[in-house]
Structure formats: structure tokens, C-alpha cells
Write a protein that binds this ligand. Structure first.
Ligand code: NAD
Length: 510
């Protein structure tokens, strides 16, 4: 049987269940209770009731809870990886990246949060407000809603919930209905350590996601551009702030003089890890003419050597979300119809489950969907360019802007190119480092997103600032600029402003 995207629906409203199936062979794994939008309002009430105490205990006590959670994650890593691999049709190395990053995030924010959340004094630079004392306080949003995608389900829900918890918020996570099981296990972990009830999950699809947006004071969303727009529209009704991590079409630039072996190994890893279902995965490769043929040969031999399967001796798993198979196949067919050449792969794989052969395309150009739309699958199109200028121009010729990778002759050239790429991150001679280094902000330009995760902003975005202004010196009955306005007081105020803002003799009215 040919791999098919046709499967019974996952969301069963009549039974109130989510049916979770294995992408690797289509068999049933588990049923989960489907929340109704009305349940989300009740969950929000519970979380809001628990949040003030979570905020009150302070960041050091919250760190203790999160460190206990860290220990639980470490102790249960193998099971989490197993569940993540099974429900995603992925090789275990991929969910292992998620559990690793969850621990990295807890460690980073345990170090950074006390300083970031500390009340700090703002020292006014202007003599006009010299006598004032301004203190900057940070207060968490009470309820943060985190809505995640299916490609890295643990990281894109709990990973985004962690900094919100450090900040003192309560969090409702809504994993993708495609892959809710590893997240359910992580929620069990929060209960196992008897942590305060400030973290709950909402299970369902678009309707439940919409209800989460309605209830939350801040929404962290990861998913497609189309859904991101809907989230933004819905959040506009209540002026709820959102942070959006959306789709990508990330380029890899390979120029003459680069280490071609490393560039080819990196291109294959960047294009096919997690079966190409990585928002920052390579979806376009631009290679300078003089090294093009050699580079293509290296890539093709490595892609042919990739082992498809979900066992520990496999490299590339199944496609997690069945409809993705049709998108990938349609883009490859469109490219071929417009003149692209398939050097390997280019077809669905016979058998049960959602499998697509790792594919390399050449003779591609920007008239093809494969070079313009997000593919999110195991396809690497490689395009020949005349040199650096054309590579930069084509890399920027997209509505997306998550990240890019550059292989150049030397560091100087690579950094010059990096400065001209319209993306949120550039990895020089590498892939995904910007994401695996959780100290750094990760966010998209253009339609790839709004805001960022990781680093300082990854935590501070879950807080609101409050400035408390006081006087450092004794105050009289009124300030010089208050009512009543009189000519004498206006002259005095004007004189003071002229003295401060004026230059040279102009300060004294000359
Ligand atoms: P999706 O947009 O279909 O769904 C994402 C989440 O939104 C799911 O939980 C879904 O149930 C929910 N949802 C769907 N419609 C909704 C609505 N109207 N209101 C509220 N919630 C709604 O995306 P997907 O197919 O799950 O994930 C793949 C996409 O995610 C790709 O485009 C990929 O590039 C992107 N992604 C981006 C990043 C990043 O960091 N930028 C990371 C991973 C994935």
C-alpha cells in the first residue's frame, strides 16, 4: 500500500476524544479526553486562583520548584523520549533534543531569573527630574496561554511555559492535537513533584486553542503563519499581547572556498533532521557555481545513505502529521513539472504510515513553490548561483525570516554576509546553534514571527513593567508646572528649561 494522508479524524467531538495514532504505521496509541471550550474557562479560573501565591513566594522559591521539576525530567527522560518518538514517528535523537533543551532552559533561567526580575532603580538623566526616584518593578501576567505545534511538542509547550513559571505566571499549555502525549506526561511530572497547581493543559484543536486565547493575559504561540494571523486577530479583541513563532523557509548559502565536506554534512543534517520538520530546517540551498557540482555529489551520496525508520539505527522517521505528505508531494511534483531534477527520492514510500523518501532536487528556481512556500518535509532543493551577491539576493527573496546558515571562505566573508541577511539568526558553518543556545533570543523577521523566545526577553515578555516614581527630596505644596498657570511661574519654568536644553549663550536667553 502507498503511504497515504487519508486517516480517520483525530478529533472525535461525539465521543469527546482525541485519537492519537502512530505516524510510523497508523496504529492507535491512545485516546485523550477532548476539552470543550467551556472547560477552558474553568481551567482559567483554577489557574488564576493559584497564581497569586506562586507570585508571592518569590523567584528563589519558584527556582526550587523548577529545580525539582528539572530532576523529574532528568529521571524520566527515557520515557519522555519514548513517548515523543512514538507519537511523532520520530527517531529518538529528536525528542532527546527536546528533553535536553528543557533542562538547559531550567538551568539558564535559574541563573538569570533573579537578576532579570529584580526591582531596579532608574536614574533619570535629565536635570528636570533630578529630584525624582524611579523604581522599575516587574509583575507577571497572571495567566499565560502557550499554544504549540506538533514538530517539537515538548519544547514548544513546556519549553515556553518554563520562563513564564519563573516569572511568576500561571500557565495553560495547549499542545497540538496531533502530539499531546509527551506533554501529558510532562504535566504528570509537575503533579508528581507536588508543585503548586499553576500549570495545566488544555487538549483539543482550533476551538480549544481559540478559547485559550480568549482566557489568557498573554499568548505564546508556535505554529503556521496562517494560524498565527488568526491568533493575532482573536487576541486583538481583548488587546491581549502575543508572541508568535511561525513558519520558515531557511536558506543555507555555500560559497567557494568553504569546507565542502562540512557544508554537505551540515546541509544534510539541517535539511533532514526531524525529517525536515524543523521550523529552521534548510529548505533552500544556494551554492556558488565553482563548487556546485562537487557539493551536489557530496550531498546526494549522503542523502542516499540516510536510513529511514524509527529504530535506533535510523536517521529519518515518518512524517508526523499525515496531511503534510500531500503538501510535500505536491511541491515536489510542481517543481518537477517546472523543470526541476530529482537526484534521489521524490516519492512517497510504499507501506503503512506516512513516509516520504529523502529527496534532493536541482535545477530549481524561485518560480517554484518548493523555493517559496514552507515545505516542512524531507526535501532539499539546491540552486546554482553566480556568487555571493546572487546568493544573498535570493536568500532574502522570501516572506520568511527565521534563520540562515552561511558557509564561506573565511570568517570575515561569512560575517559580512550575515549582516545582510534578513533573518533573526545566522549560524556560520553550523545549524540550529542559535536555538540550542538558550541564552540567545530566537525570533523571526518578516512573517516568521513577532517577539522571540530564549534569552532575557524570553522571560521578560511574560512580565509587565510598573514604574513607581517618588521624590528624593522634600516636596512643597505644588510643583512649578502645576496649576494655577501664572506668567511668573511660566517664566521660571521656561528659564529652567532653557538653561537645561539651551546651548552656549542661548541658555541665558541671548
Ligand atoms: P498550526 O498552526 O496548524 O497549529 C499550531 C497550534 O495551533 C496547534 O496546537 C493547533 O491546534 C492550534 N490552532 C490551530 N488553529 C487554531 C486557532 N484558530 N486558534 C488557536 N489555536 C489554533 O501549526 P502546526 O501544523 O501544528 O505546526 C507546523 C508549523 O509550525 C510550521 O509552519 C512550522 O514552521 C511552525 N513552527 C515554528 C516554530 C518557530 O519557532 N518559529 C517552531 C516549530 C514549528
Amino acid at each position: 500500500m502507498t503511504a497515504t494522508s487519508e486517516q480517520p479524524p483525530r478529533l472525535d467531538d461525539t465521543a469527546g476524544l482525541i485519537h492519537v495514532r502512530r505516524p510510523s504505521d497508523g496504529t492507535h496509541i491512545a485516546d485523550l479526553l477532548l476539552h470543550r471550550p467551556a472547560d477552558i474557562a474553568e481551567t482559567a479560573i483554577r489557574l488564576r486562583a493559584a497564581q497569586p501565591e506562586w507570585e508571592r513566594i518569590g523567584v528563589e522559591s519558584r527556582i526550587e520548584w523548577l529545580q525539582s521539576y528539572r530532576q523529574w525530567i532528568v529521571d524520566n527522560t527515557d520515557r519522555l523520549i519514548e513517548i515523543g518518538a512514538d507519537e511523532g514517528g520520530r527517531v529518538r535523537n529528536e525528542p532527546m533534543l527536546e528533553t535536553t533543551l528543557l533542562v538547559e532552559l531550567i538551568d539558564y533561567y535559574s541563573r538569570a531569573a533573579p537578576k532579570l526580575l529584580r526591582t531596579r532603580r532608574i536614574r533619570p538623566g535629565s536635570p528636570l527630574v533630578l529630584g525624582k526616584k524611579l523604581m522599575l518593578h516587574r509583575h507577571p501576567y497572571q495567566l499565560v496561554g502557550v499554544i504549540g505545534a506538533w514538530n517539537f511538542p515538548m519544547l514548544l509547550t513546556i519549553g515556553d511555559a518554563l520562563p513564564a513559571l519563573f516569572a511568576g505566571a500561571a500557565v495553560m499549555v495547549k499542545p497540538s492535537e496531533v502530539t499531546p502525549l509527551a506533554v501529558r506526561e510532562l504535566l504528570r511530572g509537575w503533579e508528581d513533584i507536588c508543585a503548586p497547581p499553576v500549570l495545566e493543559a488544555a487538549y483539543g484543536g482550533a476551538a480549544v486553542g481559540g478559547a485559550v486565547v480568549d482566557e489568557a493575559d498573554f499568548v505564546q504561540f508556535t505554529g503556521s503563519v496562517a494560524t498565527g494571523k488568526r491568533i493575532l486577530e482573536r487576541a486583538a479583541a481583548t488587546i491581549t499581547p502575543v508572541s508568535l513563532e511561525l513558519g520558515g523557509k531557511d536558506p543555507c548559502l555555500v560559497l567557494a572556498g568553504a569546507n565542502l565536506e562540512r557544508a554537505a554534512n551540515c546541509a544534510v543534517y539541517g535539511g533532514f533532521s526531524n525529517n525536515g520538520q524543523v521550523c529552521m530546517g534548510f529548505e533552500r540551498v544556494y551554492v556558488e557555481d565553482s563548487v556546485y557540482d562537487r557539493f551536489v555529489d557530496l550531498v546526494v551520496s549522503r542523502v542516499r545513505a540516510l536510513r529511514c525508520g524509527i529504530g535506533d539505527d535510523s536517521d529519518v522517521g515518518a512524517l508526523t502529521f499525515a496531511p503534510q505528505l500531500d503538501i510535500v508531494d505536491a511541491q515536489v511534483r510542481d517543481a518537477v513539472a517546472r523543470g526541476a531534477r530529482v537526484l534521489t527520492g521524490g516519492h512517497r514510500v510504499e507501506g503503512e504510515g506516512t513516509w516520504y523518501a529523502p529527496t534532493v532536487l536541482t535545477d530549481v528556481d524561485h518560480s517554484m513553490a518548493i523555493m517559496r512556500e514552507e515545505t516542512f518535509g524531507p526535501v532539499l532543493p539546491i540552486m546554482r548561483v553566480t556568487g555571493q551577491e546572487e546568493a544573498i539576493r535570493l536568500a532574502n527573496d522570501t516572506e520568511f525570516g527565521l534563520s540562515a546558515t552561511v558557509f564561506a571562505e573565511d570568517k570575515h566573508q561569512a560575517e559580512q554576509i550575515a549582516a545582510r541577511l534578513e533573518v533573526g539568526a545566522v549560524n556560520i558553518g553550523d545549524f540550529l546553534i542559535n536555538m540550542t543556545c538558550v541564552d540567545a533570543p530566537q525570533g523571526g523577521w518578516k512573517r516568521s514571527g513577532l517577539g522571540s523566545r530564549g534569552g532575557e526577553y524570553g522571560l521578560l515578555k511574560y512580565t509587565r513593567t510598573k514604574v513607581v516614581a517618588n521624590s528624593r527630596i522634600p516636596t512643597g505644596d505644588r510643583e512649578i508646572n502645576w496649576f494655577p498657570y501664572t506668567p511668573a511661574r511660566r517664566r521660571a519654568f521656561r528659564g529652567a528649561v532653557r538653561l537645561i536644553h539651551g546651548r552656549g549663550l542661548g541658555r541665558f536667553g541671548f
